[in-house]
Design a protein around this ligand. Structure first.
Ligand SMILES: [Zn+2]
Length: 219
C-alpha cells in the first residue's frame, strides 16, 4: 500500500516475514524526492512490529526502519486505538494543514484487533468499524474547519478484510479504496494505491525507478 511494489522488491512478505523496505521506495520518500523541503510527511500508526521502525538486536529490521529518518514526523511503534491515533491526527492537522503541503498517513488498528479477538460477525467488530468511521469523520471535519477540504486529497483503504464468521483473514484479500478525488473511478488492486496517490499528488510516475507495477485508478 505504501510502496506499490511486490514483496520481492520491498522484502515485506507477511506479518511475520519482513525486513526493512529499501531506502527511497515509500510514498513518503517519493513525495520528498519531488517536493523536497516543500512537503511535510507524517506517518501515524496504531501498531508495532510489522508496521514498525525498530531494528531489534538479532532480529530483522522492521519495514519502516530505513524510511523513518527521512520523515518529518514518525509517530508509531505503539499499539493504540483510533481514539488515541485520531487525537494525534487532529493535532498534526492543527500544526501543519493549511500552512504547508503535507502527506499524513493515519492507521487505525481497531477493526483488525476486533476481528481477531471477537470475530467478524461480532458486535465488537462492528463497533470498531463505526469507531474508525467516526474518527475519519472528525478528520474530515478538521479539514473543513481549516478551509482546505476542497484542496486536500483523502484516500481511505484497508490491507485486508476478514473471513466471514471467523477470527482470521486467511483468504480475505479484497479491499476498497474510497477517495474524494472524482477522477478515481476504476477498479483495481492494492498495488494500484501507491501510483494512484502519487499521481493525485502530482508525481510523474514515468520518472520513478524501479517502475511501479500498478496502475493509476483515475480516468
Ligand atoms: Zn490481522
Amino acid at each position: 500500500m505504501l510502496t506499490g511494489y511486490d514483496p520481492n522488491l520491498t522484502g515485506v512478505y507477511s506479518n511475520t516475514k519482513f525486513g526493512a523496505i529499501p531506502r527511497g521506495y515509500t510514498v513518503f520518500e517519493r513525495l520528498q524526492q519531488i517536493f523536497g523541503k516543500g512537503i511535510v510527511t507524517i506517518m501515524l500508526t496504531g501498531k508495532g512490529p510489522n508496521l514498525g521502525s525498530q531494528s531489534p538486536d538479532g532480529g530483522s529490521a522492521e519495514p519502516f526502519y530505513l524510511t523513518r529518518p527521512s520523515l518529518t514526523v514518525w509517530d508509531g511503534d505503539l499499539i493504540r486505538p483510533a481514539r488515541i491515533v485520531g487525537e494525534h491526527a487532529l493535532r498534526y492537522l492543527e500544526r501543519y494543514a493549511g500552512k504547508e503541503r503535507f502527506f499524513l498517513f493515519v492507521h487505525f488498528p481497531d477493526v483488525d484487533v476486533g476481528g481477531h479477538y471477537f470475530g467478524e460477525d461480532s458486535g465488537d467488530y462492528d463497533r470498531a468499524l463505526t469507531d474508525c468511521d467516526a474518527w475519519l469523520g472528525k478528520i474530515l471535519d478538521a479539514l473543513e474547519a481549516r478551509g482546505i477540504a476542497d484542496r486536500t486529497l483523502v484516500y481511505v483503504t484497508a490491507d485486508h478484510g476478514f473471513d466471514r464468521g471467523s477470527k482470521r483473514h486467511t483468504s480475505a484479500t479484497h479491499i476498497f479504496l474510497g477517495t474524494n478525488d472524482p477522477k478515481v473511478t476504476l477498479p483495481g488492486e492494492q498495488r494500484d494505491i501507491a501510483p494512484t496517490v502519487l499521481s493525485g499528488m502530482g508525481v510523474d510516475l514515468t520518472k520513478i525507478t524501479p517502475r511501479l507495477p500498478g496502475k493509476v485508478l483515475a480516468k
